[in-house]
Design a protein around this ligand. Structure first.
Ligand code: PMP
Length: 404
């Protein structure tokens, strides 16, 4: 390993490489089917409209959309976000919305506001690897709390808080992705939501609710936002990345009253303002389209892809494996039987021209060795079916080497 430069801080070593980038080169090889990156399919995005609207906005409002703009976000976009959230049964007011350059930036800024270096935080096991990068770079001690098929387990959360308290450690936040979680694809049961909120409130732990996939439910369903249950203790993060286009880099935070001003100042210090052109595109798009019906068309496509991948995997997984059956979002999570390692499986998969992300990157150090994340968002149903067939060959190849 290269020796770190003496000028670099301890914190600078905490940023983690992206496991998706690690398999990037393999996934770019001709003929390879990638189940790795959680990319939305941009053929579902209104690219022609965005092209025309960009040139119209620059021609007609160039002095505004290419100028520095408000640090909190434009009023037109914040009003659209309030409406979008209302459709999800979440009450927010324009003053409470902070627009950011993607929800990644929102999480980074919120982490800066809530945590000092060396603090402990709670996350799900497994959790979003990009969040772990932020937490690593902030020098935090990350405690992974178990999940099951119904999401975060309240009793495990309670127990972990008790255990940490006995060591004199109070977690500074709970970071959770309640809906169609990345990477596990599970959704927090409705019955658990008030309980999780109550546990954190009682323990004095603010919740960061990250919800980039909530709008992508395969069937219409009620998903109660944690923020709605306790607006003064929950920061909500939203994003246009999965429902419009990630390259626009537009997300937002809906913060409790006490966090609004520091959030605004910290956001301004980080990027001055999120791209006014991107904000205008998002706001204009919502104003002139039936955004909900466009999302439900995209969701129908993702639902078919999930069914294609999961259907083709049934019967091909090694005996004793489990696979999550997501009801929305982009991901499914496989747990292989004892004795398997996904690092070994990945070599066999690359040989068969299919790639995935090994589970270890999403888990506590040393955990997740026999787990893998599969993304069904990007490839067509035919390619997903073929990808599953190739994974089946990789399972056979790995099983043979385990037996040898
Ligand atoms: N949170 C989660 C759970 C994600 O999966 C992602 C993107 N992969 C993000 C946040 C970051 O999204 P954005 O593009 O809005 O920064």
């Amino acid at each position: 390993m290269q020796h770190p430069h003496p000028y670099l801080t301890t914190r600078s070593h905490g940023f983690l490489p992206s496991p998706v980038r690690d398999v990037w080169e393999a996934s770019m090889q001709p003929g390879v089917i990638s189940l790795a990156g959680g990319n939305p399919d941009l053929s579902l995005a209104p690219l022609d409209w965005l092209a025309d609207a960009s040139s119209r906005l620059i021609r007609d409002r160039g002095h505004e959309v290419l100028q520095y703009s408000s640090g909190t976000g434009t009023t037109e976009l914040r009003e659209s976000i309030v409406e979008l959230m209302a459709a999800e049964h979440i009450h927010a007011d324009v003053a409470g919305i902070q627009v950011t350059a993607g929800s990644q930036m929102a999480l980074d800024v919120v982490t800066k506001l809530l945590c000092e270096q060396g603090d402990t935080i709670l996350v799900e096991d497994p959790t979003y690897v990009g969040a772990l990068g932020i937490f690593g770079g902030a020098g935090l001690r990350v405690e992974h709390v178990p999940m099951d098929a119904d999401g975060l387990v309240p009793e495990a959360l309670r127990e972990r808080i008790r255990h940490l308290a006995a060591q004199g450690r109070r977690p500074r936040m709970l970071y959770t992705i309640p809906n169609f979680q990345n990477p596990r694809g599970v959704t927090l049961a409705e019955s658990r939501r008030p309980e999780i909120v109550e546990i954190c409130r009682a323990a004095g732990i603010p919740i960061v609710e990250d919800n980039p996939y909530g709008m992508l439910a395969f069937e219409p369903r009620q998903l109660t936002s944690l923020h709605e249950l306790d607006p003064e203790n929950v920061v909500y993060l939203g994003s246009f990345s999965k429902v419009l286009a990630p390259g626009l880099r537009v997300g937002w935070a809906t913060a409790p009253e006490w966090m609004r001003r520091p959030l605004q100042l910290a956001s301004e210090s980080t990027v001055i303002c999120a791209s006014p052109l991107s904000q205008a595109l998002a706001a204009d798009y919502i104003a002139h389209h039936d955004f909900r019906s466009i999302i439900s068309r995209a969701t129908a496509v993702y639902a078919k892809r999930a069914a294609a991948l999961i259907g083709a995997l049934e019967g091909r997984l090694p005996e004793g494996s489990t696979l999550t059956h997501p009801q929305g979002g982009f991901f499914s999570w496989v747990t292989l039987p004892e004795g398997w390692t996904t690092a070994e499986l990945l070599d066999a998969a690359i040989y068969e021209k299919v790639v995935f992300v090994p589970g270890a990157s999403f888990c506590a150090p040393g955990e997740g060795q026999r787990e893998l994340r599969l993304a069904f968002s990007f490839e067509s149903p035919d390619r997903l079916t073929e990808g599953a067939r190739r994974l089946g060959l990789a399972f056979e190849r790995t099983a043979a080497s385990i037996a040898a």
